[in-house]
Design a binder for this molecule. Structure first.
Ligand SMILES: [Zn+2]
Length: 135
């Protein structure tokens, strides 16, 4: 296997192409738009309709556990007043998912290839362009 699970993990965490490691998952002129395919190796990044629905769930879960739960705990420990906690939670409930958007997409793509590393063209020994990812 050419690309190991460790490489897939580190590439996913750092928003890189799981196949070749290029840092080009997203278009250069947009914060939110994925490249349809990797400009370097041709790996198809845009997937079937609904593929990245899981990234939205991941984003929601990380926002809830990683941001809103600590704010709640600080409120319950009387570190934050109710008003301050409500303002921080409200702003964070909107802002955190926006800031975490790229990571959630990259992490979701990483999780797919982490569990199915043989689907990566580099591990099949074939060029990526024009291939069906599910074959
Ligand atoms: Zn690539």
């Amino acid at each position: 296997m050419n690309v190991t699970k460790g490489q897939i993990f580190t590439r996913g965490i750092t928003h890189r192409c799981p196949n070749c490691g290029a840092q080009k998952l997203f278009q250069e002129d947009s914060f939110f738009t994925l490249n349809p395919e990797c400009p370097d190796c041709g790996l198809k990044i845009e997937r079937d309709e609904g593929f990245f629905l899981g990234s939205m769930s991941l984003n929601y879960g990380v926002t809830l556990v990683g941001f809103l739960l600590p704010v709640l705990l600080l409120y319950l420990a009387d570190v934050l007043s109710g008003t301050v906690a409500a303002i921080i939670a409200g702003a964070g409930a909107i802002g955190f998912p926006i800031l975490f958007y790229r990571s959630s997409r990259s992490w979701w793509l990483m999780s797919y290839y982490f569990f199915l590393p043989h689907h990566l063209p580099a591990n099949r020994g074939e060029p990526a362009t024009g291939q069906d990812e599910n074959s």
